[in-house]
Design a protein around this ligand. Structure first.
Ligand SMILES: CCC1=C(C)/C(=C/C2=NC(=C\c3[nH]c(/C=C4\NC(=O)[C@H](C)[C@H]4CC)c(C)c3CCC(=O)O)/C(CCC(=O)O)=C2C)NC1=O
Length: 169
């Protein structure tokens, strides 16, 4: 598992270079957003249940077939599994936000996910929609906490969206 600092050092060490201006600029960007990252993670911890529940209802309103007979989230067990997956995406995004690096998502969430979803018939497209809804909710709530530039919140969500979208093509 890596963060913004260890990833940077790893890259420079692999070619035996001292940190240069690019490295320092990228570290500065990370440290400048540090408190905001922690603030968003704290907000997510406090509102996780609300975010997951709200995003799931929006998803099921958008794609109602999911919870009708024959839908992948139909039956209490599968409905619960779907919400649990949304909660995984949210929790690991909060880790990735603090780390300033998506590596934790690759290692803990995305590895093998496509195979699992494909073998269970879990549809990727609505999963992507669910993650998009959570991203918008987290950004709105981050703005509510007074953070002016919430663009860094995009990173982990966009990373998962990119990885999952690649799968469906
Ligand atoms: C921390 C990393 C991690 C992830 C990401 C993870 C995902 C994950 N989701 C699963 C199932 C599932 N995932 C869903 C999710 C959905 N169905 C839908 O229609 C929606 C589109 C979507 C919710 C948004 C469902 C319904 C199942 C159960 C499928 C089944 O058993 O038939 C399974 C199969 C085993 C199980 O049911 O627990 C895994 C491994 N597990 C992990 O340990």
């Amino acid at each position: 598992m890596r963060d913004a600092v260890t990833t940077l050092i790893r890259n420079y060490d692999s070619t035996g270079r001292y940190l240069d201006q690019n490295a320092l600029d990228s570290l500065k960007t990370y440290f400048d957003t540090g408190m905001a990252r922690v603030k968003v993670a704290t907000m997510i911890s406090a509102s996780a249940a609300e975010i997951v529940k709200g995003a799931a209802s929006q998803l099921f309103e958008t794609v109602p077939e999911l919870i009708r007979p024959g839908g992948n989230a139909y039956t209490t067990r599968r409905y619960a599994a779907c919400l649990r997956d949304m909660d995984y995406y949210l929790r690991y995004s909060s880790y990735a936000l603090v780390a300033g690096d998506s590596n934790v998502l690759d290692e803990r969430v995305l590895q093998g996910l496509r195979e699992t979803y494909n073998s269970l018939g879990v549809p990727i497209a609505p999963t992507v929609v669910g993650i998009q809804i959570m991203k918008e909710m987290v950004k709105a709530k981050a703005s509510d906490t007074g953070i002016e530039d919430v663009s860094f919140v995009d990173q982990p969500f966009d990373h998962m969206l990119r990885e999952l979208s690649e799968v469906s093509v």
